[in-house]
Design a protein around this ligand. Sequence first.
Ligand code: FCB
Length: 469
Amino acid sequence: MANDASAVSDAISRNLDALADPFTPPADSTLWRKNFLLGAATASYQIEGAVNEDGRLPSIWDTFSATPGKVLAGDTGAVACDHYHRWEADVEMLASLGLEGYRLSIAWPRVMDAAGLPNRKGLDFYKRLLNRLKEKGITTSVTLYHWDLPQHLEDRGGWLNRDTAYRFADYADLMSRDLAGTVDAWATLNEPWCSAYLGYGNGHHAPGLANDRFATQAMHHLLLAHGLAIPVLRANDPASQKGIVANIGRGTANSDSAADQRAAHLFEVQHNAWILDPLLKGAYPQDLFELWPGTEPLVLDGDMQTISAPLDFLGINYYFRTNVASDGAHGFRDVPLEGVERTQMGWEVYPDGLRDLLTGFKRTYHNLPPIYITENGMASDDRVIDGHVDDTQRISFLKRHLAAVDQAIKAGVDIRGYFLWSLMDNFEWAFGYERRFGVVHIDYSTQKRTVKRSAELVAKFLKERKARV
Ligand code: FCB
């Protein structure tokens, strides 16, 4: 990363000094409203472990992480946070922090066998977990697909095979029949951009294929899977909310030149409109095919209508912005800015991007559904010292991003809640365990959980808010 370490730490201290209080939102913040849900998120492969237990089948991430060179340090999700065995203590921890919502995902290969029949032991795990969360009064947000595709489906083409979309609808049917009443919100997919582009377009994620044409076709089948699942979820569990989770990226232009402005536009088309236009306008953005000529997916009659069925909510995951310039041809290239604050991932801390994207979506999409921020957070190299983890940069990060959410709400965007990523440190995909995103620290050699300072401050705020009349 073109970024000098001392410039970064100067930027961090500047931002911290500007804060009178390290976390608590100001008195006029909309986040004091009790109906603004504040929770935390995780995902099955990143925390559960127990990959060979109780009939779980292999997923594409088991295969990918076992392939040398794909994941930093050769890490895999085989044990992760051992949440499959420690879920009761983890729910206690969540409740003791006063977190009001929990976003989790279900591992498809844990609950269905290769013939499409239910795996009772796997289903019972989620049933117990969700029932316990409800007993604790925690709002449950369940994502059906957070990237752990059963390997047997990948062996038949994965998301390049249209049939996978129909298998997904069967899976949604099984889950919503079994778990109806324990789920407040169902999200079909987490971040189809990552599944399609990182999985099939550049190969950084499972299954590791790299072809732009594959990416657009995989995206189409992912969105079709979503569209086929929505009416199934509505029929089986009418009281719950139904939606999808998209990651969004802010692209800013490196100069005022028309070419760089166009590059920033194309960046946002590729990151945002590629997913949001089909969902909310029923059509792919044509500019996408300027960026990737000749990659139009095969779309059958009726698909776009299926994909654009109304949503009860849209989940938004936001992490950073990318500064771009024209690549001199059809596209854009990254131009990393110097002297800006970055996280352990090298990602720029840029809260305004969240506000600007949300207010922009409100202008672009007249039917924009109510929004939940389903992920936002940062990785830092956190260490336990004398039993404490002082994750100063995260505290400031969360405070500033929540302020951006407040600004977007005040600008008229209907935002109902925020799930920080993540409840605990976990398997960060291609980066393994080195990158720590949790508000709870995990010692992977002992599985000891240590609540970080950020979690303590979030808990303090939630307690104060609850006590208010
Ligand atoms: C998102 C993923 C999530 C986590 C964060 C850091 O793209 O949805 O699982 O890895 O990034």
